[in-house]
Write a protein that binds this ligand. Sequence first.
Ligand code: FAD
Length: 454
Amino acid sequence: MAADTSPTIVWLRDDLRVADNPALNAAVERGGDVVVLDVLDDESDEVRPIGSASRWWLHHSLTALAADLDALGAGLTLRRGPAEKVVMAVVDEVGAGAVHWNRRYGKAREVDARLKTALKDRDIEAVSHAANLLFEPWTVQTGSGGPYGVFTPFWKACLARDEPRAPLEAPASIPGRAVEGDDLDSWELLPTAPDWAGGMRDEWTPGSTGGRERLEQLAEERLADYHRRDEPGFEVTSQLSPHLRFGEVSPYQVWHRLRDGLSGLAAKNHAKFLSELGWREFSYHLLFHNPDLATVNYRREFDAYPWNDPHDAGLARWQKGRTGIPIVDAGMRQLWHIGWMHNRVRMITASFLTKNLQIDWRVGEEWFWDTLVDADEASNAASWQWVAGSGADAAPYFRVFNPVLQAQKFDPRNEYVARWVPEEGTDDYPEPMVDLKESRQAALDGYEAVKAAK
Ligand code: FAD
């Protein structure tokens, strides 16, 4: 029998890279032409439309990816619409014999499952690959066979397993097949009136090259200072989060880049850094087992929490960085300006919203979803629930962060606040919008309803 040389479609999603991309490599190995496809799906019920900052990132990431693919001989085909229909239409247009993709783990996997069935029904090969997590969520199980709800034993179980595989080299060349598609500009991902992306342009280089640079900077410089990762004024965290979110860098590449050759403090800090990647894995583990993580309390007794009306409680002041609490305002302005916020300050601002203002964590989650360049369906939802107290492995509820003490501890020289809130201490800066002690007590009172609902 003659070999099947029908074209293969590689449907890219959260894996916008040519190196360590198992779906792409498998398609090239299959032989025949390869159509590399990206779909803007803002119609399927199971796919959450990405936020404004992520749209900005996606535009530039796709531009970088198209250049990388061009260099290997393949183009990037862009299509807009419900993914199942779009992929099937391209299959028909080119007479594809196979479709390959790398897995996703939220609700959108229902789309993938339906498509897989539909393709197989037509005798078209449909293959999904593990690419974006180090440990597939369903393979990590407690002693009794269930999912983990606590981070430490989860990560211990992961580390006890075989080491994650080595990253794959990019294909030497790709026998690309040109297919008509959309012009990226027609997707209108970039802001126009007004163009609020100036701060983001200055801060980031979307795409794999920018991601690899961040990884090198981490390995060569930042990791040695990573024990100071909680200080927002001191830039020592990797800032890999948007690159990981869009799959421009894979966790396998990160793992193996840091595996050998570290010395001194960098070697000492290695395990701590890996455990942060572990939180990413844990968030996906939670999302996989709780697909509604962004909308439903993981601990259902929190359904009884008496949240305030967001507008009456001052949501707009929080969003704009005008709460009168300097560290909170600094964080919210950093977020608005560069689409990213330091982890410690994410915790402080989220705690202020959910506890001092008693605004539902889902309202904050949505704001972050719209404004973060690393907005991630697993990490954002899991982290917001963690801070609010409704999530997995959350800290005891009574440990309400005091943002003033947090600032004294983690920004002792006021560097971070001074950068983002230069008018602090002048008449232009507002008074605190709430009394921290009273609002903390109000949060604890609200928690009584949760305790009663248990
Ligand atoms: P590093 O310290 O260099 O960590 C390396 C990588 O590990 C990160 O790039 C990220 O992929 C992962 N990571 C680190 N900390 C966490 C964590 N706590 N949870 C999950 N993954 C982690 N992270 C996102 O990627 N997307 C989000 O939408 C997101 N929303 C958050 C919302 C709130 C309220 C909070 C408290 C945290 C959120 N985080 C989110 C987690 C964390 O703040 C960011 O991952 C981190 O600040 C990214 O900076 P970095 O790349 O320099 O981190």
